[in-house]
Design a binder for this molecule. Structure first.
Ligand SMILES: [Zn+2]
Length: 196
């Protein structure tokens, strides 16, 4: 299993073993438990949801994991990159509770959103779940693939869906299944039908 991981100014494809060396941990520790007591902390972003958090996150670890589903960032540099790419903090593992989080990201958050407090940055009424916010133009050419599905807000108009589909085409990729989260639905996902 390899992961596109941002450090030293670019995305690098790292195996789990190489990641373990980077974050100075023994090789036999699974990547899902890297999030605590790191010399350099590892952050994880899920492309399908546009959310980032800790690599130990239960919600983040649900669903498929490969290099077109999850990207990683090392240390403050990697964290800032995930913020700049449009990912918002996970409401399950609360990456914002890590010591020094706001100091590390406040510049990037203010630049991207004009938001000047941590409370507003994590408020899903201020920045709702919406994977259209993700910088797909930068990410897709790096990971050379699309996630298996993408979560969008509920009640989008067909024109909004068409625009998103055309955006992917312009980057050179076919839009995967898009839909919205519904706890009642099978797989908790309701797929949109786009009328072209
Ligand atoms: Zn999480």
């Amino acid at each position: 299993m390899d992961y596109w991981t941002f450090y030293e100014g670019k995305f690098n494809k790292l195996s789990v073993k190489e990641l373990a060396a980077k974050v100075s941990l023994p090789r036999d520790i699974p990547v899902s438990s890297y999030s605590n007591n790191l010399k350099a902390r590892l952050w994880s972003a899920r492309l399908s949801t546009g959310v980032f958090g800790l690599t130990s996150c239960v919600a983040g670890n649900r669903g498929p994991k490969d290099c077109s589903e999850v990207i990683l960032g090392i240390g403050d540099e990697g964290l800032n990159k995930l913020v700049a790419l449009g990912f918002i903090p996970c409401p399950v593992c609360h990456p914002e509770k890590v010591d020094g989080f706001w100091d590390a990201v406040k510049e990037a958050v203010s630049q991207r959103y004009g938001i000047t407090s941590l409370e507003m940055f994590v408020d899903k009424d201020v920045l709702p779940f919406d994977s259209r916010r993700v910088e797909w133009e930068e990410i897709l050419p790096v990971v050379e693939g699309v996630p298996s599905r993408i979560y969008l807000p509920r009640n989008l108009a067909n024109d909004d869906l068409l625009a998103f589909s055309e955006r992917f085409e312009r980057i050179g990729f076919k839009l995967p299944a898009v839909g919205y989260y519904d706890p009642e639905a099978p797989g908790r996902f309701v797929e949109y039908n786009i009328n072209h």
